[in-house]
Design a protein around this ligand. Sequence first.
Ligand SMILES: Cc1cc2nc3c(=O)[nH]c(=O)nc-3n(C[C@H](O)[C@H](O)[C@H](O)COP(=O)(O)OP(=O)(O)OC[C@H]3O[C@@H](n4cnc5c(N)ncnc54)[C@H](O)[C@@H]3O)c2cc1C
Length: 416
Amino acid sequence: MKFDTIIIGGGLSGLVCGIRLQKAGRKCAIVSAGQSAMHFSSGTFDLLGRLPDGTPVDDPIEAISKLDGGHPYSILGADSVEKYAAEAEDFFAGCGIKVSGNAHKNTWRVTPTGERKPSWLTISDFTPLEAKDSAIGSKALIVNILGYLDFNTRFLADSFERQGTSCRIESIKLDEMERLRKNPSEMRATNIARVMDRDGVWEKAAAKVKEKLQGEDVLVLPAVFGLKDASVVEKMREAIGVRTMFIATMPPSVPGIRSQLTLRAEFEKAGGRFFLGDTVVDADYNEDGTVKSIGTVNFGDIRLYADDFVLASGSFFSKGLIATPEKVCEPVFGADLTIAEGRDNWFDRNFWKRQNYISFGATVSSSLNVSVEGREIANLYAIGSLVGGCNALYEGCGGGVAIITAMKAADVILEK
Ligand SMILES: Cc1cc2nc3c(=O)[nH]c(=O)nc-3n(C[C@H](O)[C@H](O)[C@H](O)COP(=O)(O)OP(=O)(O)OC[C@H]3O[C@@H](n4cnc5c(N)ncnc54)[C@H](O)[C@@H]3O)c2cc1C
């Protein structure tokens, strides 16, 4: 089978790259082993929340000059990052995902535990806060669904109260949830959303929530609405009539999964082929050292050929990188990696501290080419969290690196 470009990995970076290439007329395939980080998404894409030394960042673009040369943003250059960041909002709108944000000014999101984290693009389900200590209102009603354990109302109330908002906690009971409630492991965000999304059910939930209001100016609900269609979230807001904040739940993430499904549908609508549940296992090369084809588990002896290959296989979490007690490797091509010298520097025994292994990843050129054994491969690119040199968790830059490297790699391929 022959394509113009084959992308390995169908998470955020693989899909953004695939959509951009496919819409520009290239024939693309994405081979993806399974779930992606989007299934665990907080509902925001983060550009840069703090510098490697811990300094908080207010203006991500301005802060790029303070990053060291190995960071993906430094490799691409601040102008390039700014250009792609400016395109991102329209890119997602074009795919049917409403996001808002400003690459020159971080806003703040509320995490499931009530913490606040800097963010760039916020999916429209959520309400970005202007400042870390912004009050969400003067009186809040926090409503959970009876039996749902992945939405910690007490943590949220404590956090909102610290910023001067008085909080009351209630829950609603819906007959339609009874089947799920019988088994607590079934009471997960995605299962609840499947029930809520049915016509008649979300209307009932909205009416029950409304009955609980006692003059509060803000209502707080778990983000368990609109698994397939974001309009359910807007309809809930309208039906309730009071300013409603949806808060990310513990995983799985309903808005994250919806966004992943929407991007995949957009890629396929543009003519791309998405092979889900298949794993790329090896590659072979042309005489000039470029990649010729890849092999996958499901295709067996049938090789997949392309002019260009994009590695979007993620980090350890998605098995884009594999660690053994002796080494860390990229399993498909054996790509050269940027890793910390000395195993003792890989991690900190204090779980909550910065973990260096999260910044391990593929060493890339300014056009995102990968090298293998020191030799740059002209038609192989790495994007997203597979790229080394940044610590997505500590610096809060995962979404930004994924989106911006994906757009850049697509443009490099298109300009060839
Ligand atoms: C749990 C978690 C939550 C996060 N939440 C956020 C957030 O809320 N906001 C934010 O900005 N950033 C977040 N991040 C950072 C995140 O890494 C990026 O935002 C981004 O989603 C990464 O996308 P990706 O496409 O690079 O990789 P991934 O999403 O990891 O996708 C990689 C894909 O490649 C597939 N794959 C791997 N190997 C192969 C193979 N050999 N063959 C075929 N397919 C393969 C995997 O199955 C997976 O589908 C989070 C990260 C994690 C781990």
